[in-house]
Write a protein that binds this ligand. Structure first.
Ligand code: VTB
Length: 343
């Protein structure tokens, strides 16, 4: 089964409305209020949709989040079963302080196709290179940069690495400096950070470091569409973290996840800009209306992969060639759209 394309507009509208709700609190120095406005709106709008939805990445677990908590059911219950990952306000500091980069984000996939992640940190790495073994969470920073340089035929001085400005990244940043790599330091917002490898126009070759696990899953839902790589490894520091992970069915706590283990099948990713950032423009007001811009990334599995395989064989291709050919179609996706909505 595939996700009906009509949901693209509906989910873009959900993030647009959440973005507008939060926009009204931009620059008011109150990140909790800005977040709450986005959460309230998003929950309200999700509950109007004809889906049988389950929040798998949300505002926390039931005991800490009254709304959009992990496991919460949303929608009218009259429609397809889907998994939903939300970050109603990604970049609460950005919104509170009227800084660039605040987004309202959602990702959906069919039931059991999106990773159910606890609220912990995640070690992440994403690059514009989709070749196994070039970069890896298990390699040192130096190895990753050297491999990437060799693959891209560039010198470290021509490579740009994006990383969050955090004391925990001191060693990585020091190493990048020694190697002469250009660094794009971001203060928050590592969903967008990870996505900057998707297009040369952003000028980022590699994103790395430790950020939120939920943000890692959201970024994966978008990265899945591109010829990029992503790996993530959850970090469970406390006994409570470990207990929660076990409760969610994660037994191997140090497992390194590849993209296809985090998101499977069709997916829709929507990110509406609240304040302008690298990925999308922020909200504009005109005659008491709000004009929003939403980046929509839609991964569609071609429904007839089996047919393509058979046709390839009939055309005289070898089994290996047929697998490669149908695999190519399988990866086909309707990548990127920018939606403009008036709310
Ligand atoms: C990130 C980032 C968020 O939190 O995941 C980060 O995407 C992780 O937590 O925008 P720390 O701030 O503790 O490093 C944010 O920066 C804020 O929610």
């Amino acid at each position: 089964m595939a996700i009906d394309q009509k949901f693209i507009n509906q989910f873009a509208s959900v993030t647009s409305k959440a973005a507008v709700a939060s926009y009204k609190l931009v620059g008011k120095k109150d990140k909790i209020a800005a977040d709450k406005a986005a959460v309230d709106s998003m929950r309200n709008e999700l509950n109007k949709l004809n889906v049988d939805g389950k929040i798998v990445i949300g505002e926390g677990e039931l005991d800490e989040a009254p709304m959009l908590y992990i496991g919460e059911k949303v929608g009218t219950n009259n429609g397809p079963e889907i998994d939903i990952a939300v970050d109603p306000l990604e970049g609460t500091n950005f919104a509170a302080n009227n800084l660039p980069g605040a987004l309202s984000v959602i990702a959906i996939a069919e039931k059991n196709n999106l990773f159910h992640a606890p609220e912990t940190y995640m070690e992440k790495i994403s690059t514009k290179v989709n070749e196994k073994g070039v970069v890896d969470l298990d390699y040192s920073t130096k190895e990753n940069i050297f491999n990437l340089c060799e693959y891209l035929n560039k010198k470290p001085q021509s490579i740009t690495a994006c990383i969050m400005d955090r004391p925990r990244h001191k060693d990585i940043i020091d190493e990048l400096n020694i190697l002469g790599v250009k660094i794009k330091l971001i203060t928050d917002g590592d969903v967008s950070g990870a996505l900057l490898v998707t297009d040369d126009k952003y000028g980022v070759d590699i994103f790395l470091g430790i950020g939120g696990g939920p943000e890692g899953v959201l970024a994966s839902a978008a990265l899945d569409t591109f010829e990029c790589s992503f790996q993530g490894r959850f970090l469970f520091h406390t006994e409570e973290d470990k207990r929660r992970a076990n409760k969610m069915g994660i037994t191997n706590l140090s497992k390194k996840y590849e993209l296809d283990e985090i998101v499977k099948g069709d997916s829709i990713f929507c990110a509406t800009g609240i304040t302008s950032g690298d990925l999308v423009s922020g909200i504009i007001t005109e005659n008491n209306k709000f004009i929003t811009e939403t980046l929509v990334i839609n991964f569609i599995l071609t429904p007839n992969i089996f047919n393509s395989f058979i046709i390839s064989l009939c055309l005289g291709l070898s089994i290996t060639q047929a697998v490669i050919f149908s695999g190519f179609l399988f990866k086909y996706s309707d990548k990127l759209k920018i939606f403009s909505l008036t709310v």
